[in-house]
Ligand binder design. Structure first.
Ligand code: NDP
Length: 491
């Protein structure tokens, strides 16, 4: 028998199982030094400007326009002109073609947009690549489908476009919020002036290239960058027929006061303090993933984030143990690294707000847990945080933190869970984790929240309406419901 030769060397065993860096290249994005305002299909030189930065490194990325009242006037005039001279009378099937084109171009250029979104906003590339971009394109595809079917969506109600829509969006999902706003407005035959958030204007400005590529008629979409003053000028403009706003409850209330009595249509998508309710019969590991996704996705900069975890008392300890262990595996750091789970906080101001509320939580007596993680020296960072021993009256259980901070509370019975979950001025979303379908339905009927997720969290789909109760605002975005704010009916 021949001797079998023994294998001399084995495959090398790594000494360390941590992830190697996997940076996405920035080369795909060609940034200009300066950006103007996109009005009437051309770039208009702004009279004032400011610098936009990367929150992960604090480096300046570009100089962008600070839209003045006069710029807003010009943009509204361009939108009115485009509305009156073509867009509103274009057959729905023709409007649909433009929307389909925009959707396809976004898909084609998705890598470029994803990198820019992460650069300017600080969110992990795997989220901008796998969530923001596919969903933004899906919104345009979905509403393109409705553009020539409005009579079927609202039978016997003779739907007509509203006119010029003023749209103000926040910094947490810059391109996705742009898509949520623009797609239904254009599908219904409106023209638009959109103001991106001060800290994240770059993907909206890159999107102007897409509009040109799609050959959208000039003036149908105008993009005026700037801070809150630009937004206020848009809200105040007498020739705007409809305002759509996503942002803080405070600014939403001010806008509502400003518009009272003007006859302008208004939709408000405001803050939230969602309850994520975990029953003892749930699949625990799956629930832990859902909790992590619910609050640490996009650094917790999510209006529907599951920021209040309600654990049934009987599973409180194993649940919190598993959650803490899971937190140790979250990778915090460079948003452009494909392995990063938690990126940079969007701005110095938001970081201050998170720190202030976390301090309040400690002072009020809650117990804080943060996994060991080394945060980069430059930029704005906050470690994933869990507070236990939280009372319902604490600020961290009442106020929107809008950061990677979870407050854990407990309950014994489903009735108690409902009562505690509804004990908030907000009503945007909620989550229920249980194996019983009947319990899910029982809970969903009683939770005062616009969206109730069952055995999942933070699921978005263009076909599904999204919006709130109480101080979370009014009006719905997404689905057939999302068309209604952009239509008037001649009954
Ligand atoms: P804001 O409500 O101030 O910002 C939302 C948008 O409104 C931005 O484009 C902003 O411009 C604009 N804006 C600001 N003031 C006015 C005004 N008077 N009239 C018209 N438009 C205006 O939110 P912040 O960025 O200040 O964040 C503060 C808090 O709001 C966060 O901590 C979070 O709790 C909550 N928030 C909730 C969001 C949600 O999705 N529900 C989204 C963002 C924030 P500019 O960017 O220049 O300020």
């Amino acid at each position: 028998m021949t001797e079998i030769e023994k294998k001399k060397s084995r495959a090398p065993v790594p000494k360390d199982w941590t992830y190697a860096p996997a940076p996405e290249s920035r080369d795909v994005v060609k940034l200009r030094e300066r950006y103007g305002l996109f009005i009437g299909g051309t770039w208009v030189e702004p009279t004032e400007s400011y610098e936009t930065i990367s929150p992960a490194t604090e480096e300046t990325l570009a100089t962008v326009g600070q839209g003045t009242k006069e710029d807003v006037d010009r943009a509204v005039a361009a939108a009115r002109d485009a509305y009156a001279n073509g867009w509103s009378s274009l057959p729905g099937s023709e409007r649909a073609k433009y929307l389909f084109r925009i959707a396809r171009i976004l898909q084609e250029r998705s890598r470029e947009f994803a990198v820019l979104e992460s650069l300017n906003g600080g969110k992990p590339i795997k989220e901008s690549r796998d969530v923001d971009l596919p969903l933004a394109a899906a919104h345009f595809f979905y509403y393109a489908g409705w553009a020539d079917k409005l009579e079927y969506a609202f039978p016997n109600r003779r739907p007509k476009a509203v006119g010029v829509a003023g749209q103000i969006i926040p910094w947490n999902f810059p391109l996705l919020m742009l898509a949520w706003k623009l797609a239904p407005a254009l599908a219904c035959g409106n023209t638009v002036v959109l103001k991106p958030a001060e800290t994240t204007p770059l993907t909206a400005l890159l999107f102007c290239d897409v509009l040109r590529q799609a050959e959208l008629p000039p003036g149908v979409v105008n993009i005026v960058t700037g801070d809150g003053r630009t937004g206020a000028a848009l809200v105040d403009h007498p020739d705007v027929d409809k305002i759509a706003f996503t942002g803080s409850t405070e600014v939403g209330k001010a806008i509502q006061r400003q518009l009272a009595g003007t006859g302008k249509k208004l939709t408000l998508e405001l803050g939230g303090k969602a309850a994520n309710i975990v029953f003892d019969d749930c699949a625990l590991d799956q629930a832990v993933e859902g909790i992590v996704n619910g609050i640490y996705f996009n650094q917790g900069h999510v209006c529907c984030a599951g920021s209040r975890l309600f654990a049934q008392e009987s599973i409180y300890e194993p649940l919190v143990d598993k959650l803490k262990k899971r937190l140790e595996t979250l990778r915090v750091g460079d948003p452009l690294d494909k392995n990063t789970d938690v990126g940079a906080i969007n701005s110095a101001m938001q970081l201050e707000r998170i720190k202030e509320l976390v301090e309040a939580g400690k002072e009020e007596g809650a117990d804080i847990y943060q996994p060991p993680c080394r945060l980069p020296e430059k930029g704005y960072w906050f470690a994933p945080t869990v507070f236990t021993n939280v009372a319902q009256s604490y600020r961290i259980a009442q106020e929107e933190i809008f950061g990677p901070v979870l407050s854990v509370l407990t309950f014994r019975t489903p009735e108690e869970a409902v009562e505690k979950a509804n004990n908030t001025p907000y009503g945007l979303s909620a989550g229920v984790w249980t194996e019983k379908g009947s319990r899910i339905l029982w809970m969903a009927q009683r939770l005062r929240a616009g969206v109730v997720w069952a055995n999942t969290f933070n699921r978005f789909d263009p076909t599904s309406p999204f919006g709130g109760y109480k101080e979370s605002g009014f009006g719905r975005e997404g689905g057939r419901h999302g068309l209604e704010p952009y239509l008037r009916f001649e009954e």
